[in-house]
Design a protein around this ligand. Structure first.
Ligand code: ZN
Ligand code: ZN
Length: 242
Protein backbone atom coordinates (compact mmCIF):
# COMPACT_ATOMS: atom_id res chain seq x y z
CA UNK A 1 0.00 0.00 0.00
CA UNK A 2 1.28 3.52 -0.75
CA UNK A 3 1.94 6.36 1.66
CA UNK A 4 0.96 10.00 1.76
CA UNK A 5 3.97 11.70 0.17
CA UNK A 6 3.63 14.68 2.53
CA UNK A 7 3.28 12.94 5.89
CA UNK A 8 4.63 9.49 4.98
CA UNK A 9 1.64 7.88 6.73
CA UNK A 10 0.49 4.66 5.14
CA UNK A 11 -2.82 4.80 3.29
CA UNK A 12 -4.72 1.77 4.44
CA UNK A 13 -8.00 1.82 2.60
CA UNK A 14 -7.68 1.29 -1.13
CA UNK A 15 -10.47 0.52 -3.53
CA UNK A 16 -10.58 -1.01 -6.96
CA UNK A 17 -11.97 1.20 -9.72
CA UNK A 18 -14.56 -1.02 -11.37
CA UNK A 19 -13.53 -2.50 -14.69
CA UNK A 20 -10.03 -0.98 -14.80
CA UNK A 21 -7.87 -3.04 -12.43
CA UNK A 22 -6.67 0.30 -11.00
CA UNK A 23 -6.51 0.59 -7.21
CA UNK A 24 -6.94 4.01 -5.64
CA UNK A 25 -6.16 5.39 -2.19
CA UNK A 26 -7.43 8.73 -0.85
CA UNK A 27 -5.26 10.50 1.70
CA UNK A 28 -7.06 11.21 4.97
CA UNK A 29 -4.14 13.14 6.43
CA UNK A 30 -4.09 16.11 4.05
CA UNK A 31 -6.72 18.82 3.61
CA UNK A 32 -6.84 18.34 -0.16
CA UNK A 33 -7.35 14.56 0.16
CA UNK A 34 -4.98 13.73 -2.68
CA UNK A 35 -5.49 10.43 -4.50
CA UNK A 36 -2.82 7.81 -5.26
CA UNK A 37 -3.39 5.06 -7.79
CA UNK A 38 -1.65 2.13 -9.40
CA UNK A 39 -0.58 2.49 -13.03
CA UNK A 40 -1.81 -0.26 -15.34
CA UNK A 41 -0.96 1.29 -18.73
CA UNK A 42 0.86 -1.53 -20.56
CA UNK A 43 3.21 0.91 -22.34
CA UNK A 44 4.36 2.36 -19.02
CA UNK A 45 4.69 -1.08 -17.45
CA UNK A 46 6.85 -2.08 -20.41
CA UNK A 47 8.92 1.09 -20.02
CA UNK A 48 9.39 0.28 -16.33
CA UNK A 49 10.76 -3.15 -17.30
CA UNK A 50 13.02 -1.61 -19.96
CA UNK A 51 14.29 0.89 -17.40
CA UNK A 52 15.06 -1.86 -14.91
CA UNK A 53 16.88 -3.91 -17.58
CA UNK A 54 18.86 -0.83 -18.61
CA UNK A 55 19.95 -0.11 -15.03
CA UNK A 56 20.91 -3.74 -14.45
CA UNK A 57 22.93 -3.73 -17.69
CA UNK A 58 24.69 -0.41 -17.04
CA UNK A 59 25.32 -0.65 -13.30
CA UNK A 60 24.95 -4.36 -12.58
CA UNK A 61 21.80 -5.89 -11.06
CA UNK A 62 20.90 -4.96 -7.48
CA UNK A 63 21.29 -7.54 -4.72
CA UNK A 64 17.51 -7.38 -4.13
CA UNK A 65 16.60 -7.93 -7.78
CA UNK A 66 13.62 -10.14 -6.87
CA UNK A 67 11.75 -7.33 -5.14
CA UNK A 68 9.02 -6.04 -7.45
CA UNK A 69 8.71 -2.38 -8.43
CA UNK A 70 5.21 -0.91 -8.45
CA UNK A 71 4.28 2.23 -10.41
CA UNK A 72 1.93 4.70 -8.72
CA UNK A 73 0.54 8.10 -9.60
CA UNK A 74 1.09 10.54 -6.76
CA UNK A 75 2.21 14.05 -5.90
CA UNK A 76 5.77 13.94 -7.21
CA UNK A 77 8.40 11.48 -8.46
CA UNK A 78 9.87 9.45 -5.59
CA UNK A 79 11.28 5.95 -5.03
CA UNK A 80 10.35 4.36 -1.70
CA UNK A 81 11.62 1.00 -0.53
CA UNK A 82 8.85 -0.69 1.46
CA UNK A 83 11.20 -3.05 3.27
CA UNK A 84 8.51 -4.86 5.28
CA UNK A 85 6.38 -5.43 2.20
CA UNK A 86 9.51 -6.40 0.24
CA UNK A 87 8.88 -4.19 -2.76
CA UNK A 88 9.60 -0.72 -4.14
CA UNK A 89 6.98 1.91 -4.90
CA UNK A 90 7.86 4.35 -7.69
CA UNK A 91 5.64 7.43 -7.38
CA UNK A 92 5.16 9.49 -10.53
CA UNK A 93 3.64 12.92 -10.81
CA UNK A 94 -0.05 13.06 -11.60
CA UNK A 95 -0.75 15.33 -14.57
CA UNK A 96 2.55 14.63 -16.34
CA UNK A 97 2.49 13.93 -20.06
CA UNK A 98 3.65 10.51 -21.37
CA UNK A 99 7.24 11.64 -22.04
CA UNK A 100 7.54 13.34 -18.66
CA UNK A 101 6.32 10.13 -17.04
CA UNK A 102 8.97 8.14 -18.93
CA UNK A 103 11.66 10.57 -17.82
CA UNK A 104 10.47 10.12 -14.22
CA UNK A 105 10.45 6.33 -14.54
CA UNK A 106 14.06 6.33 -15.81
CA UNK A 107 15.21 8.59 -12.98
CA UNK A 108 13.40 6.76 -10.19
CA UNK A 109 14.37 3.35 -11.55
CA UNK A 110 18.01 4.36 -11.12
CA UNK A 111 17.18 5.03 -7.47
CA UNK A 112 15.39 1.69 -7.20
CA UNK A 113 18.30 -0.25 -8.70
CA UNK A 114 21.24 1.70 -7.22
CA UNK A 115 20.14 4.01 -4.37
CA UNK A 116 17.71 1.39 -3.03
CA UNK A 117 15.77 3.82 -0.88
CA UNK A 118 18.73 4.64 1.37
CA UNK A 119 21.22 6.78 -0.61
CA UNK A 120 20.49 10.49 -0.96
CA UNK A 121 23.59 11.95 -2.59
CA UNK A 122 24.43 14.31 -5.46
CA UNK A 123 26.25 11.52 -7.35
CA UNK A 124 23.06 9.46 -7.42
CA UNK A 125 20.96 12.43 -8.57
CA UNK A 126 23.52 13.07 -11.32
CA UNK A 127 23.46 9.45 -12.49
CA UNK A 128 19.66 9.23 -12.18
CA UNK A 129 19.26 12.30 -14.43
CA UNK A 130 21.76 10.87 -16.93
CA UNK A 131 20.04 7.48 -16.88
CA UNK A 132 16.66 9.04 -17.59
CA UNK A 133 17.97 10.93 -20.63
CA UNK A 134 20.09 8.06 -21.97
CA UNK A 135 17.14 5.69 -21.72
CA UNK A 136 14.81 8.08 -23.56
CA UNK A 137 17.39 8.30 -26.36
CA UNK A 138 17.71 4.54 -26.52
CA UNK A 139 13.92 4.18 -26.72
CA UNK A 140 13.48 6.61 -29.62
CA UNK A 141 12.56 9.78 -27.71
CA UNK A 142 15.78 11.60 -28.57
CA UNK A 143 14.04 14.89 -29.28
CA UNK A 144 12.49 15.09 -25.83
CA UNK A 145 15.79 13.95 -24.26
CA UNK A 146 17.54 16.81 -26.06
CA UNK A 147 14.98 19.32 -24.81
CA UNK A 148 15.32 18.09 -21.23
CA UNK A 149 19.11 18.22 -21.52
CA UNK A 150 19.04 21.81 -22.80
CA UNK A 151 16.78 22.85 -19.93
CA UNK A 152 19.02 21.23 -17.30
CA UNK A 153 22.18 22.76 -18.77
CA UNK A 154 20.49 26.19 -18.74
CA UNK A 155 19.32 25.71 -15.14
CA UNK A 156 22.81 24.76 -13.93
CA UNK A 157 23.80 28.42 -13.59
CA UNK A 158 21.24 28.80 -10.76
CA UNK A 159 23.38 26.72 -8.39
CA UNK A 160 27.18 26.90 -8.08
CA UNK A 161 28.99 23.57 -8.02
CA UNK A 162 30.17 24.03 -4.41
CA UNK A 163 26.56 24.59 -3.26
CA UNK A 164 25.40 21.48 -5.10
CA UNK A 165 28.18 19.39 -3.53
CA UNK A 166 27.37 20.60 -0.01
CA UNK A 167 23.55 20.27 -0.19
CA UNK A 168 22.33 17.78 2.41
CA UNK A 169 19.72 15.79 0.50
CA UNK A 170 18.32 14.24 3.68
CA UNK A 171 17.09 17.61 4.90
CA UNK A 172 16.76 19.74 1.73
CA UNK A 173 13.07 19.75 0.79
CA UNK A 174 12.68 20.62 -1.97
CA UNK A 175 16.19 20.51 -3.40
CA UNK A 176 17.56 24.00 -4.20
CA UNK A 177 16.73 25.60 -7.55
CA UNK A 178 19.14 24.44 -10.22
CA UNK A 179 20.16 21.33 -8.28
CA UNK A 180 19.28 18.84 -11.02
CA UNK A 181 20.69 21.14 -13.68
CA UNK A 182 24.02 21.45 -11.89
CA UNK A 183 24.11 17.71 -11.18
CA UNK A 184 23.37 16.90 -14.82
CA UNK A 185 25.89 19.44 -16.16
CA UNK A 186 28.55 17.98 -13.87
CA UNK A 187 27.73 14.51 -15.17
CA UNK A 188 28.01 15.65 -18.79
CA UNK A 189 31.41 17.21 -18.10
CA UNK A 190 32.62 14.08 -16.32
CA UNK A 191 31.36 11.80 -19.10
CA UNK A 192 33.09 13.95 -21.72
CA UNK A 193 36.33 13.93 -19.77
CA UNK A 194 36.58 10.29 -18.63
CA UNK A 195 33.89 8.37 -20.55
CA UNK A 196 30.58 6.92 -19.40
CA UNK A 197 32.05 3.47 -18.72
CA UNK A 198 34.23 4.95 -15.97
CA UNK A 199 31.59 7.38 -14.73
CA UNK A 200 28.88 4.76 -14.31
CA UNK A 201 31.02 2.82 -11.80
CA UNK A 202 30.36 5.63 -9.35
CA UNK A 203 26.85 4.17 -8.91
CA UNK A 204 28.12 1.14 -7.02
CA UNK A 205 31.25 2.64 -5.49
CA UNK A 206 30.24 2.52 -1.84
CA UNK A 207 32.03 2.85 1.46
CA UNK A 208 31.75 -0.04 3.98
CA UNK A 209 28.92 1.99 5.55
CA UNK A 210 27.01 1.93 2.24
CA UNK A 211 27.51 5.60 1.31
CA UNK A 212 28.84 6.79 -2.07
CA UNK A 213 32.63 6.64 -2.00
CA UNK A 214 33.73 9.36 -4.41
CA UNK A 215 37.35 9.32 -3.16
CA UNK A 216 37.59 5.54 -3.62
CA UNK A 217 36.11 5.80 -7.11
CA UNK A 218 38.61 8.53 -8.06
CA UNK A 219 41.42 6.39 -6.66
CA UNK A 220 40.50 3.52 -9.00
CA UNK A 221 40.53 5.68 -12.16
CA UNK A 222 43.62 5.67 -14.40
CA UNK A 223 45.82 8.60 -13.20
CA UNK A 224 45.25 10.88 -16.22
CA UNK A 225 41.47 10.49 -15.94
CA UNK A 226 41.59 10.86 -12.16
CA UNK A 227 43.16 14.30 -12.52
CA UNK A 228 40.49 15.38 -15.04
CA UNK A 229 37.61 14.11 -12.88
CA UNK A 230 39.04 15.68 -9.71
CA UNK A 231 39.43 19.03 -11.48
CA UNK A 232 35.79 18.98 -12.63
CA UNK A 233 34.58 18.17 -9.13
CA UNK A 234 36.59 21.10 -7.80
CA UNK A 235 35.02 23.41 -10.37
CA UNK A 236 38.30 23.88 -12.25
CA UNK A 237 37.09 22.93 -15.69
CA UNK A 238 36.43 26.26 -17.37
CA UNK A 239 36.32 24.55 -20.75
CA UNK A 240 33.46 22.25 -19.78
CA UNK A 241 29.71 22.64 -20.21
CA UNK A 242 28.37 25.64 -18.31
ZN1 ZN B 1 -1.51 13.30 2.14
ZN1 ZN C 1 16.47 11.57 -7.75
Amino acid sequence: MPRCQRTFYRLAEGRLVAGTGIRQWTCRHCADAEVYETIRDPDLIQYRDLAYAYCAEQFGPPADRDRPTILLLGLRPECVHEAQERHYDLYLQRGSDPLQIRLQIGHEMFHRACSQGRIFHWTHEMLACMTSVRLLRRCGSGEYAQKREREWLAEACLLPLSDMLSTDLWTANPYPAGFYGRAYATGVMLAQAIGWSHLRRLARSLSPGGLPDVAGWLERLPPDLRAKAAAIMKGNDAAGVE
